[in-house]
Design a protein around this ligand. Structure first.
Ligand SMILES: Cc1cc2nc3c(=O)[nH]c(=O)nc-3n(C[C@H](O)[C@H](O)[C@H](O)COP(=O)(O)O)c2cc1C
Length: 322
């Protein structure tokens, strides 16, 4: 019996799918909650949002949850393309489904795709000081393009805006830390010995100058951070679940592009989690909606890895949802 090209492509998917899903789950997620699940059938992989993993205190509307799932969906698209298949995708095709991706026609992956794919498992959040060398213009240009391809905008803050954003982050951090619910939620997602959450090994040191208020700051000795941090914001034109999915895919394309250039990033999102302060941040960016605040730079040491839940635990076969 002759196997047609179309039938061959359908049969091809399940064999490669586990590798693609391993790439998907390497994505960053808020508090490393990994709020994703996957459905695989003969022709399509659906990336689902697991709302049971939503952070009630800092993310009541699920914005950061959807961004995290979308970051995983971007990795999935990338892995399929790097495997030599064009991923056709639909965002939010039905309730609960963040992205449905089908590996379509065969196509030789470009070198730029393979470079991004190569960064998937190497990329990690870095909360440590960066060198004093500013990110190269070429790297920043590529990161701006990466955001815009996925429907968002990345801007690097000029010094005055940067300083006021760092101040707002400190104010937000102090305000959030006054809430026992916030502290409890953080504590619930910190510490080792499990497949999710932020392990102690990934916590950052404290900034001796007290300018950079990281969320996951360890209790160790204060250290000097770079003197002129590069702070960038990722924004969207509207603030809707669909825009958060765009923002999450843009975020991941930006982070992987940064990795390709030897750069790492730390999130400084606390101001976005206090309604009044997020409005003040947005006002500095022409009324666009800020989805992430990133400190970007060349790491002084490779960032620590973080655990992931195993793929089989996340997989609902043949459209059956667990
Ligand atoms: C939407 C989103 C928001 C995040 N917010 C923060 C944050 O405010 N502070 C922080 O240190 N890390 C933040 N992170 C990074 C996660 O903690 C990190 O991705 C997770 O622990 C997995 O680690 P990895 O990025 O090293 O793989 C965020 C990640 C995502 C996707």
């Amino acid at each position: 019996m002759t196997v047609t090209a179309e039938r061959a492509s359908t049969l091809d998917m399940p064999a490669a799918a586990p590798g693609w899903l391993t790439a998907a789950i390497a994505a960053p997620s808020v508090h490393n909650t990994q709020p994703w699940r996957f459905e695989v059938d003969g022709t399509e992989i659906r990336v689902l949002a697991d709302h049971s993993r939503r952070l009630e205190v800092i993310d009541p509307d699920g914005r950061q949850l959807l961004m995290s799932v979308a970051a995983a969906a971007f990795n999935l698209r990338l892995a399929i393309r790097a495997h030599g298949r064009v991923p056709s995708h639909r965002a939010m095709p039905s309730p609960g489904v963040v992205l449905a991706v089908s590996p379509a026609a065969n196509s030789r992956p470009r070198a730029s795709v393979l470079r991004l794919r190569g960064a998937v498992s190497a990329r990690h959040t870095s909360r440590a000081p960066f060198t004093d060398i500013a990110p190269s213009r070429g790297a920043l240009r590529e990161m701006f393009a990466a955001a815009s391809i996925e429907g968002a905008e990345l801007s690097v803050c000029p010094p005055l805006t940067r300083d006021s954003l760092l101040t707002l982050t400190r104010v937000a951090s102090e305000r959030l830390l006054m809430s026992s619910a916030y502290r409890d939620e953080m504590a619930a997602w910190t510490g080792g010995g499990r497949f999710d959450g932020v392990p102690d090994s990934a916590l950052g040191p404290r900034d001796a100058r007290q300018r950079i208020a990281g969320r996951w700051t360890g209790h160790g000795r204060p250290v000097m951070f770079e003197s002129a941090p590069t702070i960038a914001v990722l924004t969207t034109a509207v603030d809707s679940p669909r825009a958060w999915v765009d923002a999450g895919q843009a975020l991941q394309r930006v982070l992987l592009t940064a990795s390709v250039y030897g750069l790492s990033a730390q999130f400084l999102n606390q101001a976005l989690e206090v309604t009044e302060l997020r409005a003040r941040v947005n006002a500095r960016f022409g009324g666009r909606f800020t989805q992430a605040v990133l400190r970007i730079g060349y790491p002084t040491a490779a960032p620590e890895g973080t655990p992931r839940r195993p793929v089989p635990d996340l997989l609902d076969q043949n459209g059956r949802r667990g």
